[in-house]
Design a protein around this ligand. Structure first.
Ligand code: CAA
Ligand code: NAD
Length: 297
């Protein structure tokens, strides 16, 4: 089972990064977006990130200026942006990275199941939803996995490869090889809520928000505590802004509904309020912190 051409659906925070690392891994990539403006924005981010990485390689002496320019050009040339779903028809693997809404994802996979060649593998980058439900909706549950990348995709070195009871072993192996070819360490996960990372990470973020909501400590002190006390690269409130408050809320709403007896799954009041006010984190310029572009103010 050889993967050569990959479709990525959604070119937002995660999708643009998945497109980029797949292209860096040598795959031909169709970057599909429903919205032409969002597609342009995603492709622009890829270009910015590629030139940043190229500059770093030159600084470190890993590439000459000419090699770096050639690397950017050839990587970018692997990517074809599209708003026409028919362009996904002959992909060997299609990775979905649209908003965290199960009904919308299921309906998308229903459509893809009809459109994309039968031999193709489907994958979802969902943070929290059961892979088996999307697999069922696609009409090809044996050729379906979770491929859960981390934010920012270009820098985080992990991908979780999630199998259901129905995933064929050769499909799982092909998906794992794809993740490794994208430069990631792949870990195998079962189809459980949050897989490995989010099952640990999201309740930790929730506890930090509850601590802030109770007034136990300031957001700056909570973040400094975890950053300097535990050596984490950023504190939990900065991380929530980084992930997106809307995505964090969508994860928790699904879990609270489906696992009401799990005490680790709680929705803090301030998270709901901020999402209602459109304060979604770094991507909208304000969440728990204010942001100027990529930088926290
Ligand atoms: N492409 C290329 N370069 C990038 C980049 C990108 N997308 N993003 C950042 N960089 C560069 C920056 O420009 C910066 O370059 P300079 O040194 O030249 O300025 C460099 O990488 C380091 O970035 P920062 O200065 O912003 O700061 P940092 O040293 O803290 O590193 C980080 C950033 C790698 C994101 C680090 O803070 C980190 O690892 N944070 C934790 C992230 C994390 O936990 N992610 C998982 C989220 S949960 C998830 O993804 C799952 C889910 O389902 C919700
Ligand atoms: P995002 O809102 O930044 O991007 C979603 C993109 O999907 C948008 O550009 C939107 O235009 C596009 N889109 C929506 N419906 C579409 C459709 N039907 N067809 C094509 N494009 C469509 O969201 P995100 O943060 O990139 O999250 C995407 C997925 O990745 C979610 O399932 C999320 O849970 C998961 N995820 C997020 C993170 C994170 O840190 N934000 C980390 C890992 C996984």
């Amino acid at each position: 089972m050889q993967i050569k051409k990959v479709g990525v659906i959604g070119c937002g925070l995660m999708g643009h990064g998945i497109v980029q690392v797949a292209a860096q891994g040598g795959f031909q990539v169709v970057a599909f977006e429903a919205d032409a403006g969002a597609l342009q924005k995603g492709l622009g981010r890829i270009e910015g990130s590629l030139s940043k990485l190229a500059g770093k390689n030159v600084e470190k002496g890993k590439m000459t200026e000419d090699q770096a320019a050639e690397w950017v050009r050839t990587t970018r040339a692997q990517i074809h942006g599209s708003t026409d779903m028919a362009d996904l028809k002959d992909c060997d693997l299609v990775v979905e990275a649209i908003i965290e809404n199960l009904e919308i994802k299921k309906s998308l996979f229903g459509e893809l199941g009809q459109l994309v060649k039968d031999s193709a593998i489907f994958a979802s980058n969902t943070s929290s939803f059961p892979i088996r439900e999307m697999a069922q909706a696609s009409g090809r549950p044996d050729r379906f996995v979770g491929l859960h990348f981390f934010n920012p995709v270009q820098l985080m070195r992990l991908v979780e490869v999630v199998r259901t009871d129905k995933t064929q072993p050769e499909v799982f192996d092909a998906a794992r090889r794809f993740g490794e070819a994208c430069g990631k360490t792949a870990v195998a996960c079962k189809d459980t809520p949050g897989f490995v990372v989010n099952r640990l990470l999201v309740p930790y973020m929730v506890q930090a928000i509850l601590m802030l909501d109770r007034g136990d400590a300031s957001k700056e002190d909570i973040d400094a505590a975890m950053q300097f006390g535990c050596g984490y690269p950023m504190g939990p409130l900065t991380l929530t802004d980084y992930v997106g408050l809307d995505t964090t809320l969508a994860i928790l709403e699904g879990w609270v509904e489906n696992y009401p007896d799990e005490p680790a799954f709680k929705i803090p009041a301030s998270l709901r309020e901020k999402v209602r006010a459109g304060k979604l984190g770094r991507k909208t310029g304000e969440g728990y912190y204010k942001w100027e572009g990529d930088k926290k103010q």
